[in-house]
Structures are given as structure tokens and as C-alpha cells.
Design a protein around this ligand. Structure first.
Ligand SMILES: Cc1cc2nc3c(=O)[nH]c(=O)nc-3n(C[C@H](O)[C@H](O)[C@H](O)COP(=O)(O)OP(=O)(O)OC[C@H]3O[C@@H](n4cnc5c(N)ncnc54)[C@H](O)[C@@H]3O)c2cc1C
Ligand SMILES: *[C@@H]1O[C@H](CO)[C@@H](O)[C@H](O)[C@H]1NC(C)=O
Ligand SMILES: *[C@@H]1O[C@H](CO)[C@@H](O)[C@H](O)[C@H]1NC(C)=O
Ligand SMILES: *[C@@H]1O[C@H](CO)[C@@H](O)[C@H](O)[C@H]1NC(C)=O
Length: 409
């Protein structure tokens, strides 16, 4: 059995998913993460059906995620009237899995356990599985060498790997080292206020019934000029995740994720019905996130180095597909570096990875951008069952396996 020594840079949800997929295929993984996870902020995250499918392939225990199912969305106009339905019918039947809503901290913990936990899930082939991945916190990677298959840590040490996965997020330093890639991530001029609020607090205010009534899932308030307030439950319904999306010009130079005040948010939605203002008045610990998407890249791979997750394809959250794409990347690596193959030519396999993933991610990321930026394209996803099938009905493992079986090993 070919056991590779894999280096993963970044222990975000993308890096941990990659570590889990590679570990489960027999490889020995080391993860270098610059932070100490002291700043982990709470936020909800949607898991569309194509993501849930892969979490199951990774034997993730979904119970641990305390998910809430997305059963329907209720929309409102700024004046408080209910708006046009924007509903995805029969999600599980059409796409094979449900759409689930969870908390990032729970997701991070579950993935970390799959990658680094002492035991492997019963459902995975324990014989095939590699040792627990080793997570090094507070270890920043400052340089890469694709020829040597090496990364340099901030403390000066050089670490060698047969395969190096750079999952270092939207501000990836690795991305611009790969040949022909642009240096900069342009502003999208769109930003989101984000915060969380306890459902129990909302329940004490009768005028906030609109938040908790109706089917389990998002409530979306849209103004005539496309400011959007999105509220959805997570963590067994006990917490509500809120996004206040709006245009934000002059983004360069500012902190990409800065603390914000309640007054700012109130001001932003001041023309909305009092029931929405009341809801905003419960907000605490608000942050303003600049939403950015990576430009189309020239290369995702070079020698034994590959980009994964937001480093390769940071995506606007239009369809909640950012993390789903990272999971697709991860399971694709798992298949391409399957432990059943005798000898592995890493650069060749990574060329296949780029072939399988780049176009797909560019399509989803491109649509996520265009359907926010161009007014005529807004809501196209909800009107197009074909596009929904393309995006949410995708089975990245199946695609990779079909491809893999077709090449001589
Ligand atoms: C407002 C907003 C809402 C979103 N909502 C959704 C949603 O509902 N559904 C969805 O699927 N996606 C959503 N996303 C996208 C999703 O959050 C990202 O796609 C996902 O977090 C990317 O994970 P990642 O591991 O690639 O990157 P990150 O989570 O950014 O992780 C990168 C990690 O690398 C570390 N790192 C960076 N540089 C170095 C270095 N040099 N050395 C060592 N470590 C380093 C960082 O500390 C970090 O831990 C949303 C994003 C935003 C901004
Ligand atoms: C609220 O606004 C919508 C969209 O502008 C409009 O169609 C609707 O009639 C308004 N409702 C009330 C009660 O004014
Ligand atoms: C990688 O290492 C090789 C061998 O030491 C060296 O020749 C090359 O310049 C290095 N590449 C980079 C980009 O540093
Ligand atoms: C640098 O960090 C690595 C990884 O944790 C460690 O093995 C090494 O001993 C450190 N080197 C120095 C000089 O501190």
C-alpha cells in the first residue's frame, strides 16, 4: 500500500475535510495552522445536498452537527408583507439528500475528529485508514517549494511532503506562488453584517413571530434596491444565524471582517418595517464581512502542491456552495489518492484533480457572483431546475471514481 506523507496548510473546514479524506485513504497527514483557534467566531453555515452527501461519504456523524433541516423559505418585502415564494421543492427526493443548516463550530469539531481523532468511524475501512492526522497550531507556513515538495514554517524549519495541500483560505499565500495566478482578490463591493441570536430571546417578543413561524428554514427580507436580511436556525434550532447583505463600495484597504455596531445595521435597514428593526435591536457581537470571490486562476496545482477550498475558489454565498465545493475538492483528492493504487505519481494525479475540479468550481463560483451582481440574473437559480440539478445534484465522488477507473494506474 502506498502511504504518502501529506502536508495540509490550514485547518479551516476545507483543510480538515481534505485531511479526513486523505487519512481515510491510508495516508499520513500533518496539518499546519497559523492560528491558535482562539478567534473562532460563531456563525451558521448551510450544507446543501451535495455537501451532505460527501459528509456521509466521510462517515461524518450528522447527529454531532445538531442540524436543522431547510424545509422551505419564507420571503418578505421591506414593508412586512410576505413576498414571492422562493422554494426548492422536494430537496431530498430530487438531489438525494436534504439541505441542512448547522453551526460552523460544530462542523469544525466534527471534521477535526474525523481527521485527527484516535479512532476511525466504524463505517470506514479501518485497515485502509491512516494514522490520526497531526495538527500543529500556531505554525504559519511562509514559503512553498513545488519542486522539492516542501513548505517553510515561520520558525525557519522546512517540512517535506509527498503531497502538499494548501487550504489557506481566501487570502491564500500559496495561490499567488503558483505560476500565472493573479496576486489580488478584487473587492465585490458586497458585504454582509453577521451575527447570531438565541431563539429563546426572539420568542419573548410577539412582534418577532415572523422569525420563528412557518417551515423550518430561512426567512429572507428583500428591499427594492436589493439589500437583504437572511435569518436561519441552526444548533437544534436554538440559535439563529443572521446575514445583512448590502452593497459596500470602497472596500479596499479595510479589514475584511471587522466588528460592527448595531446602529450601523439599523441605519442600513432603517426604511424597513418595525418588526425587522425590532429584530435588529437584539443583535450583539456583529461583524461586517466583505464578500470576495477569487478571480479565475491559471493554475490550481504545481508539482506536488495543490490549492483547495477558498484558496482556489472563494465564492459569494448566493447558493451557499462555498464549503460544499471545498468538500468536493477533498473527496476528489481522496479518490485520486486512493490507497488501493500501488505507486502514485503525485504531479500526474494533481493534474487530474485540476481537470476534475477547476471548471466545476469556476461554474458555481461564476454563477454565485453573476446572480448577485447582475440584476437581470438575480434569482435565476430558483427559477432553473436544471441549474439546481447541476449544482446540488452533483456527486463529486462518483465523478472522480468514474474518471479514475478510466485512466491506467
Ligand atoms: C458571509 C459568508 C457566509 C458563508 N456562508 C456559507 C454557507 O452558508 N454555506 C457554504 O457552503 N459556505 C459558506 N461560506 C463559505 C465558507 O465559509 C468557506 O467556503 C469555507 O469556510 C472555506 O474553508 P477553507 O478551509 O477553504 O478556508 P478558511 O476557513 O478560511 O480556512 C483557512 C485556514 O488556513 C489558515 N491559514 C491561512 N494562512 C495560513 C498560513 N500561511 N499557514 C498556516 N495556516 C494558514 C487560517 O488560519 C484558516 O484557519 C460563507 C462565507 C462567508 C464569508
Ligand atoms: C409591500 O410592498 C410590495 C412590493 O413593493 C407591494 O407589492 C405590496 O403591495 C406592499 N404591501 C403593502 C401592505 O403595502
Ligand atoms: C526550490 O528548491 C530548488 C532546489 O533547492 C531550487 O533550485 C528552487 O529555486 C526552489 N524554488 C523556489 C521557488 O524557491
Ligand atoms: C518549528 O516548528 C516545527 C513544527 O511544530 C517543530 O517541529 C520544530 O522543532 C520548530 N523549530 C524550531 C526551531 O522551533
Amino acid at each position: 500500500m502506498a502511504r504518502l506523507h501529506v502536508i495540509v496548510v490550514g485547518a479551516g473546514i476545507g483543510g480538515l475535510a481534505a485531511a479526513a479524506a486523505l487519512r481515510q485513504n491510508g495516508h499520513q497527514v500533518e496539518i499546519f495552522e497559523s492560528s491558535h483557534f482562539e478567534e473562532e467566531i460563531g456563525a451558521g453555515i448551510g450544507l446543501p445536498p451535495n455537501a451532505v452527501k460527501i459528509l456521509k461519504y466521510l462517515s461524518c456523524n450528522l447527529e454531532e452537527l445538531h442540524c436543522v433541516p431547510y424545509e422551505g423559505v419564507v420571503t418578505f418585502f421591506a414593508n412586512g408583507s410576505e413576498g414571492l415564494p422562493q422554494t426548492l421543492h422536494h430537496i431530498a427526493r430530487r438531489f438525494g439528500e436534504n439541505w441542512l443548516l448547522c453551526h460552523r463550530v460544530d462542523l469544525h469539531a466534527a471534521l477535526k475528529n474525523l481527521a485527527c481523532g484516535a479512532s476511525v468511524p466504524k463505517s470506514t475501512n479501518a485497515q485502509m485508514s491512516g494514522p490520526p492526522a497531526v495538527l500543529h497550531l500556531g505554525k504559519k507556513v511562509v514559503d512553498y517549494n513545488a519542486t522539492l515538495g516542501a513548505v517553510t514554517l515561520e520558525n525557519g524549519t522546512v517540512q517535506y511532503g509527498d503531497l502538499i495541500v494548501a487550504a489557506d483560505g481566501i487570502r491564500s499565500a500559496c495561490r499567488s506562488i503558483l505560476p500565472g495566478n493573479p496576486m489580488k482578490v478584487e473587492p465585490s463591493n458586497i458585504a454582509a453584517y453577521r451575527w447570531m441570536v438565541d431563539r429563546s430571546i426572539v420568542k419573548t417578543h410577539p412582534e418577532l413571530d415572523w422569525v420563528t413561524a412557518g417551515p423550518s428554514g430561512p426567512k429572507i427580507v428583500t428591499t427594492a434596491d436589493s439589500r437583504v436580511l437572511i435569518v436561519y436556525p441552526c444548533r437544534d434550532g436554538k440559535l439563529l444565524n443572521v446575514l445583512g447583505i448590502h452593497s459596500d463600495h470602497g472596500q479596499d484597504g479595510k479589514d475584511w471582517n471587522r466588528p460592527a455596531t448595531q446602529a450601523e445595521v439599523t441605519d442600513m435597514f432603517s426604511d424597513c418595517h418595525p418588526q425587522f428593526i425590532k429584530f435588529i435591536s437584539l443583535a450583539e457581537n456583529i461583524r461586517l464581512w466583505q464578500m470576495r470571490c477569487t478571480p479565475v486562476l491559471n493554475a490550481w496545482v504545481d508539482g506536488s502542491i495543490a490549492l483547495l477550498g477558498d484558496a482556489a475558489h472563494a465564492t459569494l454565498p448566493t447558493f451557499g456552495q462555498g464549503f460544499a465545493l471545498a468538500l468536493e475538492d477533498a473527496i476528489t483528492l481522496g479518490v485520486l489518492f486512493s490507497s488501493e493504487s500501488a505507486a502514485i505519481n503525485v504531479p500526474e494525479r494533481l493534474k487530474a484533480y485540476q481537470l476534475l475540479r477547476k471548471q466545476r468550481a469556476e461554474y458555481v463560483a461564476g454563477q454565485s457572483r453573476d446572480q448577485i451582481i447582475f440584476p437581470t440574473m438575480r434569482g435565476l437559480f430558483y427559477r432553473s431546475p436544471e441549474m439546481q440539478q447541476d449544482i446540488m445534484g452533483y456527486d463529486a465522488r462518483k465523478v472522480a471514481e468514474t474518471f479514475f477507473q478510466s485512466i491506467p494506474s
